[in-house]
Write a protein that binds this ligand. Structure first.
Ligand SMILES: NC(=O)c1ccc[n+]([C@@H]2O[C@H](COP(=O)([O-])OP(=O)(O)OC[C@H]3O[C@@H](n4cnc5c(N)ncnc54)[C@H](O)[C@@H]3O)[C@@H](O)[C@H]2O)c1
Length: 466
């Protein structure tokens, strides 16, 4: 067995996974040349932007790494053919959204993009190439990738060989750089020991050997879906309990601390909120339920479906609660929305609870003043879609908190951005209408800091109004 010495890497997909992951590999492995390639020219131009504040993804610590490695051993390009041709190892890091039509629509993952770039790899690769699945994909996708690689017509007539590995990414947006620099584990699934070793050798540049685990391909593919399902399940579990706390006088924070000290449960990922968002949890659980049904396990599918149902309900109940507290009517009432990204420290808005809640409030006639420190107005307009266009005079956006609170009748805090933790509520109190409400869906407002304020306060999972 000879282990291939990797010198050049290509990553297809310059998104939330491809960009940060390759930046960290480039930073930790100066001996490697890494090309990140994407069809989306605008995105690549932003990655290459001289002004580092314009790179398309916001993650703490990412800009600094880009500054160190870009155009040294990390390159962003749209040139797919030669990039593939010159690479020893190719990561597939493209999007795998939920299918919107055909068999499995609304549940199964659409692997069109994985398939399309696999065809390009098959066409342009030269010599022995290791293909690494980074995207989250349905279990047994490697079978399809292998079939495409082995049976496609090639651009070149040279003999090629391929080895396929699964190497799912476990980073969380908002802490992606820390997660990549210090991962809990690296998972590599595969059949060919020498290819596995080649990938392992890259990670060994900064990850301890005992943290790198190897499995068969299918366990690796399924572990990623399982991890996301378990994580989402914890959020839905605590959110379900937050509703019960509110009607019984319990405090979800206290419940969280009490159960989190049990080492069998653990304390992480137990914060009640407005429902999970992000591009992954919902789509990966939908994909899991589709796979369960496909393999004849409807009971398992319906078990996991509940995790999504509770999540949808949590967003709905918060929207309904805002309306109810405002006397069942928000027509022409000004409401400040604090935060639009699905969580703090990312500019990603995909599946953000803010989308549903803002759309419902707009639909009820509210006038929204939306603030987010990192999401821009165009992105919010995109997410609000047709409803946002129809109500374009009823919402505005600001990057700073300046006059966002003027004459509002409610403040709905939806993202746990650090900047919201230091708001001087006494000053806000002077600007807003009376009566007014502050709805804290993230539990970041300290009730002691609003003791002298006139507005009413609701916090997720807190049993009593203050
Ligand atoms: N976002 C996360 O936190 C996260 C974490 C772990 C795993 N994942 C998984 O990683 C994958 C990528 O997620 P993402 O958030 O980075 O997606 P993304 O949409 O941000 O990026 C995907 C990129 O791939 C590009 N692309 C698609 N087809 C292409 C092709 N044929 N050639 C070149 N470029 C192509 C798109 O233009 C896009 O820029 C998904 O499967 C996702 O489930 C995401």
């Amino acid at each position: 067995m000879s282990v291939k010495n990797i010198k050049t890497i290509c990553c297809i997909g310059a998104g939330y996974v491809g960009g940060p992951t390759m930046s960290v590999i480039a930073d930790k492995c100066p001996h490697l040349t890494i090309n990140v390639v994407d069809l989306n020219e605008e995105r690549i131009n932003l990655w290459n932007s001289d002004d580092l504040s314009k790179i398309p993804i916001f993650e703490p610590g990412l800009q600094e790494i880009i500054e160190r490695v870009r155009n040294k051993n990390l390159f962003f390009t749209t040139e797919i053919k030669n990039t593939i041709k010159n690479s020893d190892m190719i990561f597939i890091s493209v999007n795998t959204p939920t299918k919107t039509k055909g068999i499995g629509a609304g549940k199964a993952s659409d692997i069109s993009w994985v398939e399309a770039c696999t065809r390009q790899v098959a066409k342009y690769a030269v010599g022995d190439t290791i293909v690494v699945e980074k995207s989250t994909i349905p279990v047994r996708t490697a079978e399809a990738i292998k079939a495409i690689l082995e049976n496609s017509k090639r651009d070149n007539k040279e003999k090629c060989s391929f080895s396929v590995l699964s190497n799912p990414e476990f980073l969380a947006e908002g802490t992606a750089i820390k997660d990549l620099q210090n991962p809990d584990r690296i998972l590599i699934g595969g059949e060919d020991a020498s290819s596995i070793q080649s990938l392992k050798d890259i990670y060994l540049n900064w990850v301890k050997e005992e943290k790198i685990i190897t499995t068969n391909l299918w366990s690796s593919e399924l572990s990623k879906l399982t991890a996301n399902a378990f994580l989402a399940q914890r959020i839905s579990s605590i959110n379900a309990m937050s509703a019960l706390c509110e009607v019984t006088g319990a405090n979800v924070q206290e419940v969280k601390e009490a159960i989190g000290l049990d080492t069998r449960i653990g304390s992480k990922f137990l914060s009640a909120g407005p429902g999970f968002g992000g591009s992954c949890f919902k789509k990966d659980i939908l994909n899991l339920t589709y796979l369960c049904e496909y393999f004849g396990l409807p009971e398992v599918a319906s078990y996991w479906e509940q995790v999504i149902s509770i999540n949808e309900w949590q967003k709905y109940r918060i929207y309904k609660l805002v309306i109810n507290k405002l006397f069942g009517n928000v027509n022409k009432k000004k409401i400040a929305i604090l935060g639009f990204s699905f969580k703090a420290d990312t500019n990603d808005t995909r599946e953000s609870p803010a989308i549903f809640i803002c759309k419902q409030l707009l639909n009820e006639g509210a006038i929204l003043k939306i603030h987010d420190p990192k999401v821009d107005e165009a992105q919010i307009a995109f997410e609000l879609g047709e409803l946002g266009k129809e109500n374009s005079l009823n919402w505005s956006f600001s990057h700073n908190l300046g006059n966002i609170f003027d004459n509002v009748e409610a403040i709905v805090l939806l993202t746990e951005w650090e900047v919201y933790k230091t708001i001087n509520w006494d000053l806000v109190n002077d600007k807003i209408m009376t009566p007014a409400w502050l709805f804290d869906t993230r539990r970041i407002v300290n009730p002691d800091k609003i003791k002298n304020c006139d507005f009413k306060f609701w916090q997720v999972g807190l049993g009593n109004d203050i």
